[in-house]
Design a protein around this ligand. Structure first.
Ligand code: FES
Length: 150
């Protein structure tokens, strides 16, 4: 049986592994620090710049008087209604617990499917638990197309 000679076993692979581990840790720390410095020098765009952007809803002719539809708007949803008085746009997120409201064309009212709230076409609470009206969103028509944020 051969006797293992521990004194002659090369120690280099373990030492090299530790060198790589320490070097990698230092490199990662350096990159993290560099990323922090670069994000400080070139910060992301300020919040609120999105609010000025126009969002196209579609042709005005697609939304007849008395009709409404929910569309994607910024990071949420908006309800666009074509009333007899003109276009109205409101946040479609219920002010109670955040469910998406829907337009009831037969009753000409906005309803929340979660807890039965009802809003009028101006977003005011008619009945139900919501504590405040649906926030309005600017709406307009350009070249026959409906835009939000106009
Ligand atoms: S979430 Fe709309 S009524 Fe509760």
């Amino acid at each position: 049986m051969d006797k293992l000679d521990w004194e002659e076993t090369p120690n280099l692979p373990r030492r090299r592994f530790l060198d790589y581990l320490i070097g990698g840790t230092l490199a990662l720390t350096g990159l993290t620090f560099l990323g922090g410095v670069l994000s400080y020098l070139w910060p992301a765009k300020k919040a609120g710049t999105k609010a000025k952007k126009l969002v196209e809803v579609g042709p005005e002719t697609d939304l007849a008087v008395g009709q409404g539809k929910v569309v994607q708007y910024q990071d949420s949803s908006a309800l666009v209604i074509h009333t007899k008085e003109g276009l109205v746009a409101l946040s479609a997120r219920c002010t109670h617990l955040g469910c998406i409201v829907k337009w009831n064309a037969d009753k000409q009212e906005i309803e929340c499917p979660c807890h039965g709230a009802v809003f009028d076409t101006k977003g005011n609470v008619v009945s139900g638990p919501p504590p405040k009206p649906l926030p309005p969103i600017r709406v307009g028509v350009r070249n026959g197309k409906i835009y939000l944020g106009a």
